[in-house]
Design a protein around this ligand. Structure first.
Ligand SMILES: *Cc1c(COP(=O)(O)O)cnc(C)c1O
Length: 379
């Protein structure tokens, strides 16, 4: 079977993990956590990085430290992985869903502007929904598939309405907007190193920020809010959200290979766009000119999505439909949905992700495109 997107462990992973095992530093202390944080900070250009046990935990802490709490609203795109919204719920805030642009599949900033202008007012106590007086606690754009949301427009709106921004950049390590790395625009940016992401530690996450005090608070909160090294004195309700040393060791080895992974992902993206252009009714995600994407997960659109999905899986070419929009999940169905034409659902119903692991061979790529062409050329 040709898998959809799997980890590529071709560097120093064994050596660094063996070092952890040989020295006994497998858990929460040890040098690799700091080294992994430094490597990610250096790569993204963020002044501070704090490792977490996964991307969801990173988003939870980032929202919490942005001041989001019970009764607040957080603006999120309707087309995202469920973890974005779950993190909002963990702070006891409510998501407000915003529809996506039908071409880029990112949060629609025109709809967001209209909503903020017509349905909120800004007073001394922040930006509030006119209807019930509740606060808009944050905007959480998601950089879907390693393409990027219109982050400039988003930051302008956030400044105008006085709302913090937490970037869900979990899929966008190695993506840039006007030369600036994803996750460095908002108060916080969050990354994930889950099994299918562009680099993986099995499970893991990272928070980046330019604010040293917030970085220090994030480290504190993710490590049980323990104040002293010796005494068990904790000064607030903290979380055990740390990344363990043995996983950080894998992360450091993965960071060393990230530039090669991105290069290969871009080759795969170019190959698919060239080979599949004009095949059946296939169309692709639009990349804005300001964006240099990491090409994380190749996804195409066709009205024959269901048929193609079954056909490819039959040929042992692992393919997946896109996320079911959040407003169609039971726990989020009652959320306010800012939308004109429910583009999120149209994108969902016609989108398919196809194999694009950085370890794929050219022969495997040819096998994928040949199968897709065969599907569309069937009588
Ligand atoms: C992967 C992902 C997350 C969560 O990351 P985990 O490490 O799996 O917790 C959050 N949001 C989006 C959009 C993701 O793709």
């Amino acid at each position: 079977m040709i898998p959809l997107s799997v980890p590529h462990l071709a560097g120093n992973e064994w050596r660094y993990v063996k070092d952890c095992l040989d020295t006994g530093w497998i858990s929460s202390a040890g040098a690799y956590v700091g080294r992994f944080e430094e490597a990610l900070a250096a790569f993204t250009g963020a002044p501070h990085a704090v490792a977490c046990m996964n991307g969801t935990a990173a988003l939870h802490i980032a929202l919490h430290l942005s001041g989001v709490g019970p009764g607040d609203y957080v603006l999120v795109p309707n087309l995202t992985f469920v973890a974005s919204l779950n993190a909002v719920k963990y702070t006891f805030a409510e998501p407000i869903l915003v529809d996506v642009d039908p071409h880029t599949w990112q949060m629609d900033m025109v709809l967001l502007r209209e909503f903020l202008e017509t349905e909120t007012h800004v007073g001394e106590n922040g930006c509030r929904l006119k209807a019930d007086g509740r606060r808009i606690g944050a905007i959480m754009p998601v950089h879907v598939l390693g393409n990027m949301a219109e982050i400039r427009q988003c930051m302008e709106l956030a400044a105008q309405f006085g709302i913090p921004v937490v970037e869900d950049a979990t899929e966008a390590l190695g993506s840039y907007y006007e030369g600036r790395h994803a996750g460095t625009f908002g108060t916080f940016g969050c990354f994930s190193f889950n099994g299918n992401k562009i680099i993986s530690t099995g499970g893991g996450g990272m928070i980046i920020t330019s604010d040293p005090a917030l970085a220090q608070k994030a480290k504190h909160l993710t490590t049980t809010a323990k104040v002293s090294q010796e005494e068990y004195f904790h000064d607030e309700v903290g979380y055990n959200y740390r990344l363990v040393n043995v996983l950080a060791a894998i992360g450091l080895a993965q960071m060393e290979q990230l530039p090669q992974f991105i290069e290969r992902k871009k080759q795969i993206d170019m190959y698919y766009r060239r080979e599949l252009e004009g095949v059946g009714d296939i169309s692709f995600q639009r990349i804005p000119t300001e964006v240099d994407p990491n090409c994380w997960l190749f996804t195409l659109r066709t009205e024959k999505m269901r048929g193609l999905l079954a056909f490819l899986n039959e040929q042992e070419i692992q393919s997946r439909p896109f996320w079911i929009p959040m407003n169609r999940l039971p726990m989020y169905a009652a959320c306010r949905y800012v939308s004109a034409a429910d583009q999120a659902n149209a994108v969902y119903e016609s989108s398919l992700s196809i194999p694009c692991s950085s370890g794929l061979t050219d022969a495997q790529l040819l096998e994928v495109t040949s199968a897709i062409k065969a599907f569309f050329n069937r009588p």
